[in-house]
Design a protein around this ligand. Structure first.
Ligand SMILES: NC(=O)c1ccc[n+]([C@@H]2O[C@H](COP(=O)([O-])OP(=O)(O)OC[C@H]3O[C@@H](n4cnc5c(N)ncnc54)[C@H](OP(=O)(O)O)[C@@H]3O)[C@@H](O)[C@H]2O)c1
Length: 367
C-alpha cells in the first residue's frame, strides 16, 4: 500500500491590519493522497528532520501588496504553492542503484512529508543527486550548519563577499554580528573567531548573550532588549568596527553603522527586524546612510541564490571544520509531528531559539 502524502502550502494572504500574520494562519497542511508507485531509477524520501527557517515567510508572494521584491529578482513562494524547506530524509524505498532503504539524505525542496526524486539527480536543481548524510556526523549538525540557508550562507558571506572580507592583522579587527545566536549568525561569528578577529554579537536577552559568549567564544555579546546598543558599542568597540554583518536591519543596522571605522564594511544578509514591513510596505530602512560617504564605508548585500555554485566547496569546508571540532553547532530541537511545522516557524520570532531550529519527526523510521 502506498503511503498517504501531506504538504504545507502557502494558503492565506499573510496580512491583517498592516502586520504579518503568524505562520499558523498563513500555511495550511494539505492531504495530497496516496503516493504513486515508485518509478524506476527513483528513491522515495520520508522527511525526518526539517530545518525551520525565516525563508518560510521571507519569500512569500504578496498579491496586491508587493514591496517590489519580484523586480529585485527574489524567488517568491506563490500563493497556493508549497513552502520551500531544507531537510534530512530517510530513504524508505529505492529503485536506484545509488541508494538503499535506510540511507539518510539531505536536500532542499517543497515541504512534503514524502518525495520521490531521481537517484541520478536529473530532476534536482543543478542536477545534484540527493546528498547522502555524512557518516559520523549527526544529521542534526548537518542540517544546522551544512545547509544553504544557514552555514553555507555564513561561509559565503565571510569568504566570498567583498564586504565580509577582513584583512591582517586579524587580531586588530573588530567584527559585529546581529542575530548572533541565530542559525546564520552563530556560524558567521565563529568563522571570524577562527580567523583571529574580535567578535561582538547581538542577541535579545542577557541569558542568551551569556550562553553565546560561553558557547561560541564571542568576545562580548550585547542583549538588545535590555541594553543600550550605542552605549555598549561605545564601551566594547571604542576604536570602531571593521566589518559589520547584519541579519536584522532597522534600528540594529543603524546602531552598528554609527560605530564603523573609516573604511569599514557593512554586509546586509537579512532583515528579520523588518518582517512586518514586508506586508505593510512601510520599511523603516537604513537611516544612517550619510555615514557611508562620511566614513567611506562600503555597504553590500548578500543573497544565497547568487552563490549556489559555491555550495559543494562550502559544504566540504564546513564539514571539515565540524569534524575537526573547530566549529560548534547549536540546535533547538522540537520533537513532534509534521503538523507542528507552522507553529515552529512562529517560535523563530519570539526569541526562544538558540542556533538552528529543527523539527524532529519522531517515529519516522523506514516504512
Ligand atoms: N541573504 C540570504 O541569502 C539569507 C540566507 C539565510 C538567512 N537570511 C536571513 O538571515 C537572518 C537570520 O536567519 P537565521 O536562519 O539565522 O534565523 P534564525 O536562526 O531563525 O534566527 C532567528 C532569530 O532572529 C532573531 N529575531 C527574530 N525576530 C527579531 C526581530 N524582530 N528583531 C531582531 N531579532 C529578531 C531572534 O533572535 P534574538 O533572540 O537574538 O532576537 C531569533 O532567534 C534572517 O533575516 C534571514 O532572513 C538571509
Amino acid at each position: 500500500m502506498q503511503p498517504v502524502n501531506r504538504g504545507w502550502f502557502y494558503a492565506h494572504f499573510p496580512e491583517r491590519d498592516g502586520a504579518l500574520l503568524p505562520a499558523v494562519e498563513i500555511f495550511d497542511l494539505m492531504d495530497l493522497g496516496p503516493m504513486p508507485p515508485l518509478a524506476e531509477g527513483c528513491v522515495r524520501l520520508k522527511l525526518s528532520l526539517i530545518a525551520v527557517a525565516p525563508m518560510a515567510k521571507t519569500y512569500l508572494e504578496l498579491p496586491g501588496n508587493d514591496t517590489g521584491a519580484d523586480e529585485l529578482g527574489l524567488h517568491r513562494t506563490a500563493l497556493g504553492s508549497p513552502s520551500p524547506c531544507e531537510y534530512i530524509a530517510d530513504v524508505v524505498e529505492s529503485r536506484s542503484p545509488a541508494y538503499a532503504v535506510g540511507d539518510k539524505v539531505w536536500g532542499m525542496g517543497p515541504l512534503f512529508q514524502y518525495r520521490d526524486v531521481r537517484g541520478d539527480g536529473a530532476d534536482q536543481p543543478g542536477r545534484q543527486p540527493p546528498m547522502k548524510a555524512m557518516p559520523g556526523l549527526a544529521p542534526e549538525k548537518l542540517l544546522s550548519v551544512v545547509t544553504a540557508s544557514a552555514g553555507i550562507t555564513a561561509y559565503c558571506a565571510v569568504e566570498h563577499h567583498v564586504c565580509g572580507r577582513v584583512e591582517a592583522p586579524f587580531e586588530e579587527r573588530t567584527v559585529l554580528v546581529t542575530s548572533a545566536a541565530g542559525a546564520v549568525g552563530l556560524v558567521i561569528g565563529q568563522l571570524y573567531k577562527l580567523k583571529g578577529c574580535r567578535v561582538i554579537g547581538v542577541t535579545s536577552s542577557r541569558e542568551k548573550a551569556d550562553r553565546l559568549e560561553g558557547f561560541a567564544g564571542y568576545d562580548a555579546v550585547i542583549a538588545y532588549k535590555t541594553e543600550d546598543l550605542d552605549a555598549r558599542l561605545d564601551e566594547l568597540a571604542p576604536k570602531g568596527i571593521d566589518v559589520f554583518i547584519d541579519n536584522v536591519g532597522a534600528e540594529q543596522l543603524d546602531a552598528g553603522a554609527r560605530h564603523m571605522k573609516i573604511g569599514g564594511r557593512i554586509l546586509s544578509v537579512g532583515a528579520i527586524g523588518e518582517m512586518d514591513a514586508m506586508v505593510s510596505g512601510d520599511v523603516r530602512g537604513f537611516k544612517e546612510y550619510l555615514r557611508v560617504p562620511a566614513r567611506e564605508l562600503t555597504f553590500g548585500g548578500f543573497l544565497m541564490y547568487n552563490h549556489f555554485r559555491r555550495i559543494p566547496a562550502a559544504a566540504m569546508a564546513l564539514v571539515g571544520l565540524l569534524a575537526e571540532g573547530k566549529l560548534k553547532s547549536a540546535e533547538t530541537v522540537r520533537h513532534g509531528g509534521f503538523e507542528d511545522w507552522a507553529d515552529c516557524v512562529d517560535r523563530l520570532y519570539d526569541s526562544q531559539t538558540f542556533g538552528r531550529m529543527i523539527l524532529a519527526l519522531d517515529g519516522n523510521g523506514p516504512a
